[in-house]
Write a protein that binds this ligand. Structure first.
Ligand code: C2E
Ligand code: CA
Ligand code: CA
Length: 567
């Protein structure tokens, strides 16, 4: 047993210890009295044995116990104890008074030592269960509470409990503006709101920007995890007051219901973390744990781990999907789409690894690769007289990455390609992330004549206001609208509105995901400029694309046989 556990054990059994110690110490004193008496009185050395019960008493019963034991011992070996039991000679008063004072001093001293040891134990125990900065109970305390709850069966009819993890999403941003103290300040404020709003029964600090809440929550009645999450979000919506500055916290939640049967609390915390990670990945405010999550998350984490090697070992390749002019049918360009040929898992679609890579710095590697590979391909095609443009998908992180624009421009220069042949596809969401900085980067790219296009237009913020501020020259209208044409009239209206708005701003439009003839024909009746989709051709590897291009001689007609999409 280590020291901490020993002291804890003492603390826990204090009542029993008291009950046993009193007769024990008194008995010990009696024994010392008898020992001194029968060995001839206080003139011999045995009287010193009395220190043992005095020290014990001080240590167990603290200052009062030490004092009492010191006085009692002083009396026992004092006026009632002869100096010499054989001759019956009694002690001089000064002799026993001096000893009594000395014993009392020892009692006082051991009591004070016991007192500070206990204060230390208390502090030590507090520290092991709390965060020293915020004073909130910590992860160890959460585990102890969960262990308790999971062991005891809850009476039926009582709502179940859930463990919610609440993470401050903008902690980094706040720390860089206000210093690290801001999260230490914010967490207890949120914790108090959770308690005073009667949302959480218990609140713990589980990370530097994370709280763990034990919340009454039932999957079957109105206190659903979603309802509880909404209540928590609402409490957090009100800004916290940091000095005189109101500070807004962006929070995200992950939750897991507490099972009735005994479960390892660490497993539960991990499940809640998984739900939180899932929420983050999907940019949702809350997710409740579901067993399939762990599979998805571990798969994408696994793939992410292999991605760098895959790039270096040539498992990643670019495929090219043609884009045609709706009026003339001219194949004017291609979109480069990434393909991963995994040696064991086979072909992995980009949707399974790119969204995860976009949340990490690996997206830089991915984009660098996509740009270099597809521009080198474009340079090769230009040499053979294929007059094409190349569109490459990029993410927000790329635009915010220092040196990105310079890298793009130097790659173009190195390959001798002029700017207008490169199109960068950016999603609406990406543009909105940090408008000021992305605007700067996009402006520099547009000044070099690059084509900036908005990908998946209509699915994101659909905010048309920002369009005129951005150096955008192409709108890619998302497949979800195109697929509903021509029957769905609202999709038709959206297309018309997007096309006329774009044209008024001098921006061209392309319809993506054109899969059949009726849609293609319909598009020709609208003002839309270009089309891309399986009816024309799916993405093909470079030699496959060249064969396709040559077979139609660079001009595609609706009657031409489309290749089947490769899966
Ligand atoms: P996206 O940019 O919207 O690309 C279009 C996706 O739609 C491609 O899927 C393409 O194969 C598919 N598609 C094209 N025509 C049709 C059609 O007629 N019908 C249907 N149903 N689908 C069609 P893919 O290749 O699986 O790519 C998925 C997403 O992955 C892309 O969506 C893009 O966001 C991302 N992505 C692909 N390659 C890259 C890359 O190199 N870098 C980055 N950052 N993202 C990439
Ligand atoms: Ca795209
Ligand atoms: Ca798209």
């Amino acid at each position: 047993m280590d020291k901490a556990r020993f002291f804890e054990w003492i603390e826990r059994h204090r009542r029993v210890l008291y009950a046993v110690s009193i007769p024990f110490i008194l008995g010990l004193m009696g024994l010392v009295y008898l020992l001194v008496y029968y060995t001839g009185g206080v003139r011999f050395v045995y009287s010193h044995t009395m220190y043992i019960p005095i020290l014990l008493s001080g240590f167990i019963f603290l200052i009062k116990g030490g004092l009492a034991a010191g006085i009692l011992a002083g009396v026992l070996l004092g006026p009632i104890m002869p100096l010499n039991t054989l001759t019956g000679e009694m002690q001089e008063t000064i002799n026993w008074v001096y000893r009594l004072v000395f014993f009392t001093g020892i009692g006082l001293f051991s009591g004070a030592a016991g007192d500070s040891a206990r204060a230390f134990i208390h502090h030590f125990r507090w520290l092991s269960q709390h965060d020293p900065v915020t004073s909130l109970p910590n992860r160890t305390a959460l585990f102890a509470s969960l262990k308790n709850r999971l062991g005891s069966k809850q009476p039926s009819g009582e709502p179940g409990l859930s463990l919610f993890l609440l993470e401050i999403e903008n902690a980094l941003e706040l720390s860089s503006s206000f210093g690290f103290g801001i999260t230490d300040y914010a967490l207890p404020v949120v914790a108090r709101r959770m308690k005073s709003g009667k949302i959480a029964l218990e609140v713990y600090q589980t990370g530097s920007r994370q709280l763990g809440l034990v919340v009454p929550c039932n999957h079957t009645n109105h206190q659903s995890p979603q309802g509880t999450a909404a209540a928590i979000m609402e409490e957090c919506q009100e800004a916290i007051q940091y000095g005189r500055i109101p500070v807004h916290l962006d929070v995200r939640l992950g939750s897991v219901p507490l099972p009735r049967e005994e479960t390892d609390p660490r497993v539960l915390l991990q499940q809640a973390e998984t739900a939180l990670a899932e929420a983050e990945q999907q940019e949702a405010s809350h997710r409740d744990y579901d067993a399939v999550m762990i599979q998805g998350i571990s798969e994408s984490v696994e793939l992410l781990g292999e991605l760098k090697r895959a790039v270096l070992e040539g498992q990643i390749d670019m495929h090219y999907q043609p884009k045609v002019d709706l009026r003339s049918g001219r194949v004017y360009g291609v979109e480069a789409l990434m393909r991963w040929n995994h040696p064991e898992k086979g072909s992995i679609p980009p949707g399974r690894f790119i969204p995860r890579a976009e949340q990490s710095t690996l997206i830089q590697l991915i984009t660098d690769f996509a740009l270099e590979r597809s521009l080198a391909q474009l340079a090769a095609w230009h040499k053979t007289g294929m007059d094409l443009t190349m569109a490459v998908n990029i993410s927000t992180r790329n635009l915010l990455q220092p040196g990105f624009t310079a890298m793009v421009l130097s790659t173009l220069e190195h390959l001798g390609i002029s700017g207008e042949y490169l199109e960068l596809e950016v999603t609406e969401g990406a543009l909105m992330m940090d408008m000021e900085r992305t605007l700067d980067e996009l402006t520099r790219l547009a000044e070099a004549n690059l084509v900036i296009s908005i990908d998946d237009f209509g699915t994101g913020y659909s905010s048309l206001q920002y369009l005129h501020q951005m150096p955008v020259s192409l709108l890619k209208i998302d497949q979800s609208f195109i697929r509903r044409l021509p029957k769905d009239r609202s999709a038709g209206h959206i297309l018309d509105a997007a096309v006329s708005l774009a044209h008024n701003l001098g921006i061209k439009t392309i319809a993506e995901g054109v899969e059949d003839r009726r849609v293609f024909d319909y598009l020709q009746t609208t003002g839309c400029d270009m089309a891309q989709g399986f009816i024309i051709a799916p993405a093909m590897d470079a030699p496959g694309f060249v064969r396709w291009y040559q077979s139609c001689q660079g001009v595609w007609k609706p009657g031409d046989p489309a290749k089947q999409p490769q899966t």
